[in-house]
Design a protein. Structure first.
Length: 298
């Protein structure tokens, strides 16, 4: 981003910033009071260092969100794709606001970053990276059957996505979305089925990619089946308003079941075919890609 260039923020974005600032300040005050109490207790019994308390408090609120993985492919050129994602419950559950309105204890800040890396070129440049900060509400149990074989949960929020570039290569969009998740247990024996449609609406019209709905549409669908031995196959599909879309197939196998109990994580195979694997090439149909690697979270 060039210095001196004015950054335009939509009205809804400015309002959200103001609200979040007030809420964050309120909870910081509550958290500071709790921290002082912990420091006093620590000073009395010497049971913990203040830094350790801060670290433990932070890590207890930081959890994975979307899949975390690193995969490598070789279609036409040697390339890699990786993603990391987390969510942070920034509201203090003991704060005055969350005690009065428990709704806020289910509000998260999320961040996902997905990169495509050209590792064949001498300089090893990144082809494109998508940065996706979000703010969302997640309800863990909307409905659960008495037998426990069926559960509904979901989340809804606002997400910004951009590739951090300037000029003609700049791509960005803002969406507001809702994602219900349906989980079925004991499918075909001990299998587990997850069906997760996500629907969204665009906020504003991006200058560099005004036709993105033609390729991404207004939603996607992810279906995943987990077998008895914890292997999993999944498919994510989306279709744009022009009929152009994409499909991604994922297969994961627990490494401790294949390579022994000394390894955690999953062996991961990913297949992508369709339009717009990256935000930079959202309106291009590149050759299909098959990549292999490791997933930490699926």
């Amino acid at each position: 981003m060039r210095l001196g260039k004015r950054i335009w923020i939509p009205r809804v974005g400015r309002m959200a910033v103001v609200v979040l600032t007030v809420v964050f300040a309120w909870n910081c005050a509550e958290a500071q009071e709790a921290k002082i109490d912990l420091e006093q207790d620590s000073a009395v019994d010497g049971s913990a260092e203040v830094g350790e308390l801060d670290t433990n408090r932070f890590m207890s609120k930081l959890t994975p969100d979307e899949p975390l993985y690193f995969v490598v492919g070789w279609r036409e050129f040697f390339n890699a794709k990786f993603q990391f994602s987390f969510k942070f419950a920034f509201m203090n559950p003991q704060g005055a606001l969350t005690r009065k309105a428990p709704f806020f204890s289910h509000v998260y800040f999320g961040y996902t970053q997905t990169s495509l890396w050209d590792i064949e070129e001498e300089s090893k440049p990144f082809y494109d990276t998508s940065y996706k900060p979000s703010l969302f509400y997640r309800q863990k149990d909307v409905h659960r059957s008495e037998s426990g074989d069926f559960r509904i949960w979901g989340q809804a929020g606002i997400q910004h996505e951009s590739n951090g570039q300037g000029g003609e290569e700049s791509r960005s969009l803002n969406i507001i979305y809702v994602k219900p998740v349906f989980e079925f247990s004991r499918i075909w024996g001990q299998g587990h089925l997850t069906v997760a449609p996500r629907l969204w609406a665009y906020l504003g019209t991006p200058a560099q990619n005004p036709d993105i709905a033609e390729y991404r549409g207004y939603g996607d669908l992810r279906v995943a089946f987990t077998g008895r031995s914890d292997w999993q196959v999944a498919a994510t599909m989306q279709v744009g308003t022009s009929g152009k879309g994409s499909v991604q197939l994922d297969g994961t196998w627990p490494m401790d079941k294949i390579l022994g109990r000394n390894f955690d994580g999953y062996l991961y195979a990913q297949y992508f075919n369709g339009w717009g694997e990256s935000l930079r090439s959202y309106d291009q149909h590149l050759p299909w890609q098959l990549r292999l690697g490791i997933a930490v979270v699926r």
